[in-house]
Design a binder for this molecule. Structure first.
Ligand SMILES: [Zn+2]
Ligand SMILES: [Zn+2]
Length: 343
């Protein structure tokens, strides 16, 4: 399961890059608010936040980890680069850690479970810290040969994985460069570096880490999962749909995590756009009947869009009139063809 230990330098760099943006955030936001923040900074911060965040949610997570869709070469590379710019570690290690999380979720072997130390208040406080960021400082390294052999076999991805230090420099300096050019001033470069570089990285770090910590602790659990994952609505927008984490653990390969009515999922919307453009194919949109079978008592079935149960049926028939078209295994008994909500 593990592949040796991180070196001292590696652990030091992880600490440096996890802690410095956070300190910058805590110390300087109140200080610079009001006089060191221009509209250029706001636009650059939002732009880099969503670019790198979607690189993680759509790229590292839904695509590389779970294979929720197939991407053409250009999109595959763009997603790997954008995700690497979130400064959450190189793509192959990220994917290996996350696949290990799903394989052992909230049990022994999970790299970041808040339930690791027990269920008392003190154990959960310690567990929260561990799941949120403490686990990053563990010296254990997930075995990528075992958890991500598919990515190791792709030469382009191995190359992007090695470029991680260079992409870290790019993600911090690109906002400064653009800010400097837009305002034609060193001051503009400095404030853009601060807001769209450091502060943006820190905020995205904590939102991503909250999916590992908060979303295994608090929220609704509409679906039966083998772990304690939960749907935590306050993070839906900031996490770009990833905080619908109980739905995700119930159906890990699904391209949409916000599967219930009214659940915003920006990442799913963008995958839908990639599909329309022809860049993404074989998208695994959630199947309402599959989700309905996993529903916990007390929750009503309220799946949303993309899974109209009437679709995929022969013209003139209706699921309601012909319930035999929805057998438990999702196959059409007349033709034997797999039932597809997209057909
Ligand atoms: Zn999880
Ligand atoms: Zn996942």
């Amino acid at each position: 399961m593990l592949a040796g230990e991180k070196t001292r330098t590696e652990t030091f760099l992880v600490k440096l890059f996890a802690v410095v943006p956070l300190l910058a955030l805590a110390a300087a936001v109140p200080f610079a608010w009001g006089w060191g923040l221009s509209w250029t900074d706001v636009a650059l911060t939002a732009g880099f936040y969503f670019l790198t965040g979607l690189g993680v949610t759509i790229g590292f997570h839904r695509y590389f980890t779970h294979g929720a869709f197939k991407a053409n070469r250009g999109l595959r590379i763009a997603l790997a680069v954008a995700g690497s710019m979130a400064m959450q570690g190189p793509v192959i290690g990220w994917v290996a850690d996350h696949r290990r999380h799903h394989a052992y979720a909230d049990r022994d072997g999970d790299p970041h479970s808040p339930w690791r130390y027990g269920t008392s208040a003190a154990a959960l406080a310690k567990g929260f810290w561990h799941a949120h960021m403490g686990w990053l400082f563990d010296r254990e390294k997930t075995n990528a040969q075992r958890f991500a052999p598919d990515l190791l076999a792709d030469r382009d991805l191995v190359r992007i994985d090695r470029w991680f230090p260079a992409l870290t420099v790019v993600t911090l300096l690109a906002p400064a460069l653009i800010g400097g050019l837009v305002t034609m001033s060193w001051w503009g470069a400095l404030t853009a570096f601060f807001w769209a570089g450091l502060v943006r990285v820190a905020v995205l770090h904590h939102v991503t880490w909250s999916v590992n910590s908060l979303c295994h602790l608090i929220g609704d659990r509409p679906y039966a999962a083998r772990d304690k994952s939960a749907n935590f609505w306050p993070l839906a927008i900031a996490s770009m749909g990833e905080s619908w984490h109980n739905s995700h653990h119930a159906d890990p390969t699904g391209a949409r995590h916000g599967v219930r009515r009214g659940q915003l999922d920006m990442s799913a919307r963008l995958i839908w756009l990639f599909e329309k453009l022809g860049w993404a194919t074989d998208v695994r949109w959630p199947k309402p009947e599959r989700l309905a079978r996993k529903l916990n008592p007390g929750f009503t079935s309220a799946p949303r869009g993309f899974g109209n149960p009437e679709r995929g049926l022969p013209a003139g028939t209706s699921a309601r009139k012909h319930p035999q078209y929805h057998p438990a295994d999702g196959r059409n008994p007349a033709s034997g063809a797999p039932y597809s909500p997209r057909a």
